[in-house]
Ligand binder design. Structure first.
Ligand SMILES: NC(=O)c1ccc[n+]([C@@H]2O[C@H](COP(=O)([O-])OP(=O)(O)OC[C@H]3O[C@@H](n4cnc5c(N)ncnc54)[C@H](O)[C@@H]3O)[C@@H](O)[C@H]2O)c1
Length: 211
């Protein structure tokens, strides 16, 4: 496995008990990062962090709840300051067509997937402003192919993931686009595809990537 530049870095991963979040947390720990796993599932997040060794710790955290982000922010400020990276991974899928989906489904999905990402970015920026850091920071927002081409059986999820990509495309203000010089020769469709893969880098070095 190629070595990642994570030795001695600090990484916060939301929704880190199951699926992709657990795999990201494990990979970061494997490559030498200090990892803070967060999740709604209190017992499981503690057990998952413990299984990753001494450089992993757990925080019970609901990404849809601003008060829960406040608590995490307070914890981070008192311990590591601004983490080197935040992975906004926690997300939910309600599999339903437009005919089946309810307004409650939509609201909950937007609260977790879009609201959770938004609050994560805001928290990170707050810590970045306050604590600064010698190294550039990174925010990775986990979207989905459903945020690119939609999905007839998961319309609320698709709507939320198009929303998540909007944060990356809009950056956080004060951004400069990270463009490849040859991009000028690309068709609009190719350029959009290319931009999809490019991080948006702020003037102060914070990177936004929405894979
Ligand atoms: N699995 C896929 O094929 C796939 C494909 C594209 C995108 N994604 C995205 O990747 C991310 C992870 O997906 P997954 O399939 O691993 O999901 P999963 O359901 O396996 O795991 C999600 C994790 O997030 C946690 N979680 C849920 N709501 C939360 C909340 N409000 N606050 C904190 N934690 C919460 C859950 O407890 C769980 O540990 C999601 O954003 C999803 O949309 C997944």
């Amino acid at each position: 496995m190629p070595k990642l530049l994570l030795q001695d870095r600090t990484v916060v991963v939301t929704g880190a008990v199951r699926g992709l979040g657990a795999a990201i947390a494990k990979a970061c720990a494997h490559h030498g990062a200090t990892v803070i796993l967060t999740d709604l599932l209190a017992d499981e997040v503690a057990a998952t962090a413990e299984s990753l060794g001494a450089n992993a710790s757990a925080q019970v955290h609901d990404v849809a709840d601003p008060a829960s982000w406040q608590q995490l922010e307070t914890h981070l400020r008192a311990t590591i300051g601004r983490p080197d990276a935040l992975v906004n991974n926690a997300g939910i899928v309600r599999g339903a067509s437009l005919a089946e989906a309810t307004l409650a489904d939509l609201r909950r999905t937007l609260d977790v997937n879009v609201g959770g990402t938004f609050l994560g970015i805001k928290t990170y920026l707050q810590l970045h402003e306050e604590c600064g850091a010698a190294s550039p920071g990174s925010i990775v927002n986990i979207a989905s192919v459903r945020g690119l081409i939609g999905g007839a059986r998961s319309v609320t999820h698709s709507a939320s993931k198009f929303g998540v990509r909007g944060f990356d495309k809009g950056g956080s203000g004060r951004t400069r686009a990270s463009r490849h010089p040859r991009q000028r020769n690309l068709s609009r469709a190719d350029r959009e595809r290319h931009e999809h893969r490019q991080p948006t880098i702020r003037d102060d070095g914070l990177g936004f990537l929405c894979p």
